[in-house]
Write a protein that binds this ligand. Structure first.
Ligand code: PHB
Length: 382
């Protein structure tokens, strides 16, 4: 008898403990806060923290706690941190992923644990196919790049050389550009790939210039944009009459002002510009700069902000229920007005459907901005 009471008491205590703990929903954000991709981590975490500062720490009736971990941009560390966050911290969802290999590393972990992972940045199309628990709020490179190929073909550009970082998103961008551009009658003269780590762009840029294309199409992950663009400008591509085009990553908004006047006139395609003209974006940019020493948000900062929005919205839908499969379902079909414009998470693919804008670099109020002038509305990832 005594034993039974003790067991019942124990069960009760455990249940009470469990219920208490469940008043808090933990979110694990894994980002490269140090190392060569630290600029991505800074933007992502700043965006996520800004969302919470502006919207409070309650969602679906629960208190939200954000746990930030630094993976230094190394995939093995991302995987270990994901395991620790799930097993030890009992997070309901993990998020972040500043680079494709960092997202790919957690696929098997989230599938096994049935914990949703919200991709804030990584843009290789194939990532979401590697686990049914991935949800992407950011973009894919084919989605970002195809409007550039259409725009180039329709605006007198007949020949292109592409130069990309040699990994998933670069190859996606290069392939998507070539396919669409050549379908429309253009010719890609050569597809160049520079190493992702410690790249020396000089030989590739020399080769590109020697081929005398109408345009040079570029992709590198946003944190590397400044280093590439300085060399592109030093080599005088615009002066040689070679237009510099592509998705917006190599023209990163945070570093745009440091790229110099050579970048003025560049036309690119992208889901987000800090100059996007909407009340949601004015508020986002103003508050982001206020909280971050006047640093301009880029699409990675936006990813942090929108990632937290999606997690809050999913928790509202489940009324705070954090069971993995139920929470995963709640992300599907989410729709909201982001600082970039309207976004819907495609329930079939778990990919964002969003506008892709054609923008031109212009000087406005003494600063360089991507000024949007055409829209490809509600683009799915192909
Ligand atoms: C990626 O690694 O998938 C990635 C990173 C930064 C970008 C775009 C894609 O700007």
């Amino acid at each position: 008898m005594k034993k039974l009471i003790t067991a019942a008491l124990m069960a009760g205590l455990l249940a009470a403990g469990g219920a208490q703990a469940q008043q808090t929903v933990k979110i694990g954000l894994i980002a490269p806060m140090t190392g060569p991709q630290a600029a991505a981590g800074r933007q992502m975490v700043a965006g996520a923290k800004l969302y919470m500062a502006l919207n409070g720490n309650k969602a679906g009736g629960k208190t939200v706690e954000l746990i930030v971990k630094d993976d230094t941009g190394v995939a093995d560390i991302t995987r270990r941190l994901a395991q620790e966050l799930i097993v030890n911290d009992k997070v309901a969802v993990i998020t972040g992923f500043g680079l494709t290999p960092l997202a790919l590393a957690v696929g098997p972990v989230i599938t096994q644990a049935k914990v949703p992972a919200v991709i804030m940045v990584a843009g290789t199309a194939a990532i979401t196919g590697t686990s049914p628990y991935f949800v992407r709020i950011s973009f894919t490179l084919p989605q970002q790049t195809i409007p550039s190929a259409l725009w180039a073909a329709e605006n007198g550009i007949k020949s292109v050389v592409s130069l990309v970082a040699d990994y998933g998103p670069g190859i996606d961008a290069q392939d998507a550009f070539k396919k669409k551009f050549e379908e429309k009658g253009g010719k890609v003269l050569e597809q160049l790939r520079a190493p992702l780590l410690n790249p020396d762009y000089a030989p590739f840029l020399q080769r590109a210039k020697d081929l005398k294309p109408d345009a040079l199409m570029l992709f590198v992950p946003a944190p590397q944009a400044g280093a590439l663009m300085r060399q592109v400008m030093d080599r005088g591509f615009p002066q040689a009459g070679i237009k510099v085009i592509g998705p917006g990553d190599a023209f990163d908004d945070e570093q745009l002002n440091a790229m110099g006047d050579g970048v003025i006139g560049s036309v690119t395609s992208y889901n987000y510009s800090a100059a996007h003209d909407s009340p949601e974006n004015k508020k986002f940019v103003t508050e982001f700069k206020k909280a971050n020493d006047n640093v301009r948000p880029n699409l990675i900062g936006l990813g942090g902000y929108d990632g937290l929005h999606a997690i809050y919205a999913a928790l509202e839908k489940t009324k705070g229920e954090t069971d993995g499969p139920k929470l995963l379902e709640a992300f599907k079909g989410l729709t909201w007005t982001s600082p970039r414009g309207p976004v819907t998470i495609d329930p079939q693919t778990r990919e964002p459907i969003q506008n892709i804008y054609i923008r031109k670099v212009e000087r406005k109020d003494g600063e360089l901005y991507h000024i949007e002038f055409a829209t490809y509305p509600n683009q799915k990832t192909p």
